[in-house]
Structure formats: structure tokens, C-alpha cells
Design a protein around this ligand. Structure first.
Ligand code: MYA
Length: 662
């Protein structure tokens, strides 16, 4: 009945605002007759407001970032912890108990491959030499092949080491501890380069390529990024057209900043193909993935790039000129390339997180060694509060990042499918934590830390790229926020349908009313982690549930205020993503500390401290960030940011002249 009506107070709406004695619809009058003014208000808020039609647009074709594709269209129920907190729910299945997935046999196998590899890095590989000479020497590459490091997750029957995700995570920690550049060579090979073949390859493709890739006889690279296509992965311009004979795809285009680009023998290449919609007969440009060999005519690589860090790894452009790719080298089905690319990236991110966890552990050791020995003003510097706070923060960052790494790898081993938001958050978190920790390590070491000899400046240079590769942290933040809002929008829309008939759904109406009233007053809505977390952590757990209430309230506020326009509200989206990250990180450490307390691990009490302190700080950030999302006073600040930025851009730099005028 209210359908199509203009929202009250909007331009063109002739009715008076409610507060001034309004024209009421029949349902509204019935609700008033029921004597519940608050229920009436809620009903109006959920129904009348969205009829702009904001919420309905949330689930009709709408667009993410580029207005090209549907984004909010299909939302499935999710078991993801992160997806659910946007809906005000705490779903703990993938979070508690903290996974402990390795059998005794798997643990001893891991130790068997781990120890020689770690020794090899201590004794043979020299990261400083690699960095200065911008190459990984053949003795290292050969040694890594002998250690079966090229095919860690390739099944044994195809010549690989056959590790689970958790075993792999522990192995790549070694790379992060010792040499991130070698980590990138191996990561670009197996974490992304041939991961598509492992995940999507048919039997023939797996048998043909994986044995040589796993032994290190051939090397792989992942070719997605192009000169005009970075974060907007769907906008690639490389093309693949079916040849006249129908036996090949003809590949043309250029890829850039490809790790292993100049040394790989096998590339996973993404290209635009013309796909015919069976139902409509229309032809669309959709991405397909291909396995391309360096040996195919027309494949060339550019010169190695000169980089800030990970210098020993090879990075080049790769060009394809009329390359004939056999049709059997199509990977994952015609037109499914975007899905292949996203899944490869989703599946690879936990490896990066694990490697960075190794780096952070190493850097903390360096900082502690120095702080425990260095004396100033008569005391060891680790006795001063300012250094103690730094060391404690560094330890907390590591605890969170390590817990994220093993929670995801454990979940992946338990065949959990819905982990892409958690993987994105973990990659953002680990790359920023590693940067922060290394920066603080240099600060603690002072002048020593700034010198090459201490080895920390190389780590810092190596680390910088991790906030950019595998999806920049900025685009991943937007991805997390929008995916979460999509889930919340779908839930709100379902509620909207139900409440179209409020009189027959009074139970739902009053439950929703109660929930919102509690959130507004600031009392718990009833979600709880009692019985899930260890009893000693109940107070800390209540910080998490409170933050979930605050997030879902803020999310609803944004959806009702902006509708699909929310996708353009990046000031808000960033803060929503940071909140989701903070809440996830709190959940992760609560899970890990609960496990340690429940199992009486020797470090359990220390872990409880880390967990409590982290959650306290994170919950304060959540409050702050969500205030900035909801309070109208912040709009002025956002407007200022826009204006300042526009003026700086228009001016080609800062706008004002120096105080002396020139
Ligand atoms: S390679 C370069 C990395 N580049 C990127 O990561 C690009 C970043 N951009 C994106 O990810 C996408 O373009 C975004 C989507 C997210 C912005 N999982 O309309 P859409 C689905 C599953 O939103 P867009 C490199 O760095 C979505 O639901 N599905 O798409 C390697 C929708 O599905 P449907 C996803 O607006 C470096 C469809 O796709 C995901 O274009 C080597 C379209 O969605 C997702 N994540 O923007 C590193 N996202 O159609 C070496 C979207 O069904 C590693 N979708 O509704 C070193 C490691 C060291 C470790 C050592 C190990 C050994």
C-alpha cells in the first residue's frame, strides 16, 4: 500500500512530517491503535525510509566501484564470522575451538621437512648477498629443489610434498624469518603461479604440468596485472580469441610487475574472451584463464625491474603477441577466469600471512636482544616504560597475526569454504603489523637499526610490498566493507519483506524493536560468548559482543541513510572495514587464548594478558571508528578532506606558499 509513495519529508511529498500531525497510512493507523508508538516508528524506519527506494536498490542490479557489475545481487547465508558480525550475529563455528588439525603423523612429517629447510637457510642462503646482487644464486635454488620446496602443496602422487595448509603455513614461516625475497620467488611460483592448476586444472593439465613445477624443473608465474588494470582486476585488456581452425586461442596483450616474469616457464594468464550468453544470445567480454608456456611463440619478458625491496626476486613485464594457446590449456572453463583469479588470491593470502608471521617473530627477537643488553642512563632500555610498551605492542601484533594465520589454515584444512573475508583481513593485518613492528624495532635499535649491518632496513624494504601485492590493503578494505554490507543489506531486506505485513508479524516487529532499543540505550542485545570462551575471559568476550552490536547498528544506519550510494562512501567504508578487522582480531585471540587456557599450555597466562590487552585497545578503536561513521559532526571533517584533496590535486601539490613567500 505504501509502495511507490515518496518518503515523508522528501521533495514532492505533500504530507507533513510525522511529528507535526501527519497523514497516516492504514497500517500505520492500525499500529497506533495497537497503542505502540515505538513500533510505529520502527516500522516507518525500516519500511518508509528504504522506499526511496534505497534498500530495494541494494538487492537489484547495482554496482561496486565501477557501476559495471551487479554486486549486491546474490547473497547466500554464510558461516563466515566476519560476514555475520555485519548482521549483528556472532557465528562461532569457524572460530571456536581454535583449530588443532595436525595428526601425530602429520606433525612428525612436518618436522622432518622443516628442520633441514631451516638449517639450509641458516647455513647456505645469504639474504644480504641476494639483496645486494639482486638475484637468488643457483646454490640456493638447487638446494630448495632438493628440499622439495617448490611443490609444497602438490599431492605426492604428482611429485609434490603433499603438505596440508597448516603444514604449509609452518614451512613458509621459515621463508619469512630468513628471506622474504626468496619467499616471493617460491610464493609467486606455488602460492599464485600454478595454484590455478592445482585448484581448477583438469586431470590432463595437472598431470602435464604439476610434476615438473613441483620438482622445480619448471617455474610458474601469475599474470593478472596490466599497465591499465591493477586493483580493478576485471578491466584487463589482454584478449584471447578463438582461432579460425578452432584449435587455439590467440592471445594478445601485456602484463606488468609479474613476479618470476623473466624466469618462469609456465604462466597462468588472464585475458578477455567473448562469451555468448546461452539464454539471450548476447555476447559479453568475460575473463578466461589460460596456461601459457614460455616456449609458445610470441611470449616475451621485459628487463628485470629495479625495486625498493625483495630485490633478489625477479619482476618483469610479460608480453603476448599472437600467441597460439592450445584450447586444452583453457583453465577453469570459458569465461570463468575472474573466479579463478579471485580464488587463487583467496587461497594464497594465508601463505603471505604465515610468511609475515615468521618475519615479525624474527624482528621481535632482534629488538629484544638489543633492548635487553643496551644500557642508557644506567639502566637497560627494556626497563623503561616507553620501550616496554613498544615491545608489548610488538608481541601483541605477532600474537594476533600468528593466530590469524593458523586459524585460517586450520579452517582450510577442515574444508571450510567461506574464508575469503577472513583471508583478506588477515593479509591486511599481517602486512601492516609487520611494517609497524619492524619500524618500532628500528626505533628501539636507534642508530644501529638504521645501519645496513643490522639487517632490519632490508627487512623493512622487503616488507613494504606486502601492503600492495595480492590486492592492495585499500582495495581489500573496501572489499571487506562492501561484502559485509551486502550481507547486512540482504538481512534488512528480508526483514523489510516480513514487516510489509506488520500486524501478522508482531513478534518479529517487537523483537526487532527490542534489539534496536537495547542498542540505542547501550545495553547488551543478548548475543554472548558464554560457554564458548574460557571462563577467565568472559569480561573480555563481552567487549567483542558489545562491538558487534555497535557495528550492526552503524551498518544499518549507513544502509538506511545511503542505500546503494553507500558504495561511494569510502570514508565510512574504511572505518567499517577497520572495525570488522578489529572485531575479527578480538575473536581470533579469544579463541587462541581459550584453547591455551583450556589445555593448560605453559604460556596460557601470558596469552591471556595479550588477549585482554589487545581486546581492550581494539574495542576502544571500534568505538572511535564507529562514532566517526555515525556522528554527523564528522561529516564536516570528511567534507574538509575532500576539499583539501581536490585543491591539492588542482594545484599539483600543496596550495600555500612558504612563510617567506618563495
Ligand atoms: S596479483 C595482483 C593482485 N591483484 C589483485 O588482488 C586485484 C584486486 N582486485 C580484486 O580483488 C577485485 O577486482 C575486487 C572485485 C575485489 C576489487 N572471492 O563485481 P565484483 C566475486 C570470491 O565485486 P569487481 C599479485 O599481486 C563477486 O562475488 N569471489 O568485482 C600476485 C562476484 O561474483 P558473482 C569474489 O568490482 C603477487 C564477482 O566476483 C571475490 O571487479 C604474487 C564480481 O565481483 C573474492 N575475493 O572488484 C605474490 N571478489 O558474479 C607472491 C569478488 O557471482 C606471494 N568476487 O556475483 C608472496 C607470498 C610469500 C609467501 C611465501 C609462500 C611460499
Amino acid at each position: 500500500m505504501i509502495q511507490g509513495r515518496l518518503p515523508r519529508g522528501s521533495p514532492g511529498d505533500k504530507r507533513l512530517p510525522f511529528s507535526q500531525g501527519s497523514t497516516l497510512g492504514v497500517t500505520e493507523m492500525r499500529l497506533l491503535a495497537l497503542g505502540n508508538r515505538a513500533a510505529l516508528d520502527l516500522w516507518r524506519r525500516l519500511l518508509a525510509e528504504p522506499r526511496k527506494p534505497k534498500l530495494s536498490r541494494l538487492i537489484s542490479p547495482s554496482h561496486f566501484m565501477t557501476h559495471k557489475k551487479t554486486y549486491f545481487s546474490k547473497v547466500k547465508e554464510s558461516t563466515s564470522f566476519v560476514a555475520n558480525i555485519f548482521k549483528g550475529k556472532v557465528v562461532v563455528n569457524n572460530m571456536f575451538p581454535f583449530p588443532s588439525v595436525l595428526s601425530e603423523e602429520q606433525t612428525s612429517f612436518l618436522k622432518m621437512v622443516y628442520e633441514p629447510c631451516n638449517r639450509f637457510f641458516e647455513e647456505v642462503n645469504d639474504p644480504t648477498w641476494n639483496d645486494s646482487n639482486e638475484e637468488v644464486p643457483s646454490k640456493t635454488l638447487t638446494g630448495l629443489k632438493e628440499l622439495r620446496m617448490y611443490g609444497l602443496q602438490v599431492p605426492k602422487k604428482l611429485g609434490g610434498t603433499g603438505l596440508t595448509n597448516t603444514q604449509y603455513a609452518r614451512m613458509v614461516e621459515i621463508l619469512g624469518w630468513h628471506d622474504l625475497a626468496v619467499g616471493v620467488v617460491l610464493g609467486a611460483h606455488q602460492s599464485s603461479g600454478f595454484k590455478g592448476i592445482l585448484l581448477f586444472g583438469d586431470e590432463h593439465q595437472k598431470k602435464k604440468y604439476l610434476p615438473d613445477l613441483a620438482s622445480g624443473k619448471s617455474l610458474a608465474a601469475f599474470c593478472l596485472t596490466e599497465p591499465m588494470s591493477g586493483s580493478d582486476a576485471a578491466s584487463i585488456q589482454t584478449t584471447a580469441e578463438v582461432s579460425q581452425c578452432g584449435k587455439f586461442y590467440i592471445l594478445n596483450g601485456q602484463k606488468m610487475w609479474i613476479s618470476n616474469g623473466g624466469v618462469a616457464d609456465v604462466f597462468t594468464v588472464f585475458a578477455k574472451t567473448q562469451v555468448k550468453d546461452v539464454a539471450t544470445g548476447e555476447v559479453h567480454g568475460k575473463i578466461s584463464a589460460f596456461i601459457v608456456e614460455k616456449a609458445f611463440e610470441g611470449v616475451t619478458s621485459g628487463l628485470p625491474e629495479k625495486k625498493m625491496g625483495i630485490r633478489a626476486s625477479n619482476t618483469t613485464s610479460v608480453s603476448f603477441k599472437d600467441v597460439k594457446v592450445p584450447v586444452e590449456n583453457l583453465l577453469g572453463g570459458f569465461g570463468n577466469g575472474f573466479k579463478v583469479a579471485m580464488n587463487v588470491l583467496n587461497n594464497g593470502r594465508f601463505g603471505t600471512v604465515s610468511a609475515l608471521v615468521g618475519t615479525i617473530r624474527r624482528v621481535i627477537k632482534k629488538a629484544v636482544n638489543h633492548a635487553a643488553k643496551r644500557k642508557q642512563f644506567g639502566n637497560k632500555i627494556c626497563e623503561y616504560g616507553i620501550i616496554q610498551e613498544k615491545l608489548a605492542h610488538m608481541a601483541m601484533y605477532h600474537y594476533v597475526a600468528e593466530s590469524m594465520a593458523y586459524l585460517i589454515s586450520g579452517n582450510m584444512d577442515m574444508k571450510v569454504q567461506d574464508f575469503h573475508l577472513e583471508a583478506a583481513i588477515s593479509k591486511i593485518f599481517a602486512s601492516e603489523a609487520a611494517w609497524e613492528v619492524t619500524d618500532e624495532c628500528i626505533q628501539i635499535l636507534g642508530g644501529v637499526g638504521y645501519m645496513k649491518q643490522a639487517g632490519v632496513e632490508r627487512i623493512m624494504r622487503d616488507l613494504r610490498i606486502f601492503r600492495i601485492i595480492e590486492g592492495t590493503n585499500d582495495i581489500l578494505r573496501i572489499f571487506v566493507a562492501l561484502a559485509g554490507l551486502q550481507h547486512a543489506g540482504a538481512q534488512l531486506q528480508e526483514l523489510q519483506h516480513t514487516l510489509e505485513d506488520p500486524l501478522n508479524n508482531t513478534a518479529v516487529l517487537f523483537t526487532e524493536l527490542g534489539l534496536r532499543a537495547k542498542r540505542i540505550i547501550g545495553i547488551p542485545t543478548g548475543i554472548s560468548l558464554d560457554g564458548v570462551v574460557n571462563g577467565h575471559l568472559l569480561d573480555t568476550a563481552s567487549l567483542v559482543t558489545k562491538c558487534v552490536d555497535l557495528l550492526s547498528e552503524a551498518v544499518e544506519h549507513l544502509l538506511l541513510k545511503f542505500g546503494t550510494e553507500v558504495i561511494h562512501q569510502q570514508f565510512h567504508l574504511k572505518r567499517v572495514a577497520d572495525t570488522a578487522m578489529d572485531i575479527y582480531s578480538m575473536g581470533v585471540v579469544l579463541s587462541r587464548a581459550t584453547y591455551s587456557l583450556n589445555h593448560n599450555l605453559p604460556s596460557a597466562i601470558h596469552e591471556k594478558l595479550l588477549c585482554e590487552s589487545w581486546c581492550y585497545k581494539a574495542s576502544e578503536r571500534v568505538r572511535w571508528n564507529l562514532k566517526a561513521v555515525k556522528a554527523s559532526s564528522w561529516n564536516r571533517y570528511y567534507q574538509n578532506m575532500k576539499t583539501i584533496s581536490n585543491e591539492v590535486v588542482r594545484n599539483g601539490g600543496v596550495v600555500y606558499s612558504r612563510p617567506m613567500g618563495f
